[in-house]
Design a protein around this ligand. Sequence first.
Ligand SMILES: NC(=O)c1ccc[n+]([C@@H]2O[C@H](COP(=O)([O-])OP(=O)(O)OC[C@H]3O[C@@H](n4cnc5c(N)ncnc54)[C@H](OP(=O)(O)O)[C@@H]3O)[C@@H](O)[C@H]2O)c1
Length: 257
Amino acid sequence: MAERTYPWKVAWITGASGAICGEVARRLADAGVQVAATARPSERLDALAAASPNITAFPADVLDVEALKACAAKVEAALGPIELALLGAGMYVPFDIRNIDAGGFGKTMALNVDGVLNGVAAVLPAMLNRGEGHLAIMGSLFGYAGWPGNGGYGASKAAVINLAESLKLELRGTGVDLTLINPGFVDTPLNASYDPKKKLFVMSKERCARKILEKLPKRPYEIAFPPQVELFLKTVRNLPRAASFPLVRWFIKATGS
Ligand SMILES: NC(=O)c1ccc[n+]([C@@H]2O[C@H](COP(=O)([O-])OP(=O)(O)OC[C@H]3O[C@@H](n4cnc5c(N)ncnc54)[C@H](OP(=O)(O)O)[C@@H]3O)[C@@H](O)[C@H]2O)c1
């Protein structure tokens, strides 16, 4: 018995073997949506697909745009038009100003930005031809403000936010909607290297998936949570820098984050 219904028959999810998108995939599948699950080949991906008759694994590397286009075409041939594309493959690498990991920075930018763009390139032409579709892109609230230790991840998510704004403006009138999903800290392997004391208002992957799926069917431009983190980081973003830098320094000292 489906726990609720969603407006999509077929959803394609990248990063589906991961914590957040895996949880979203399971919830959509439980509700009867046909889920095409993409990540690189792995036991995790196979286990996700084995868990539900409504989940099919379509392994691909999001860094390879041609492979991803072929993957999306295979999904449509097997399941029908992709009505929702949730682009969620991503990674975090610590950023240490005394020992800058240029390789890690490059990998983070490639996966978090090019990986999203490649996914858009794989599905958007067909959605535009049909005059119908929903792109959902995983960003992060940390794309709104620079933060110590976050130089690579924050820069990549700032790029994702800007890309989403550009796409949203251009998609008007096409029938294709775009939703940018900006969570705060979620307890997942992605940020296992991050100091737990600094993960303020951290939430579970289950809560994160529930929050996403509560709002996604309404096709808003942005889904951002938790509200405390959203308000703080957007305030930091919007203040003059002469005020925002002291505010962030004060906040870090006051909270030990
Ligand atoms: N966790 C948080 O606190 C948080 C907060 C805000 C936003 N987000 C964003 O939410 C998304 C999911 O995060 P998560 O915490 O659930 O991460 P996660 O558990 O580490 O999952 C990452 C996913 O990306 C996939 N992936 C990595 N490299 C890939 C590649 N080259 N090609 C295809 N897939 C690839 C991984 O699968 P394979 O490695 O098996 O291919 C995995 O499915 C990310 O975009 C992240 O930035 C996370």
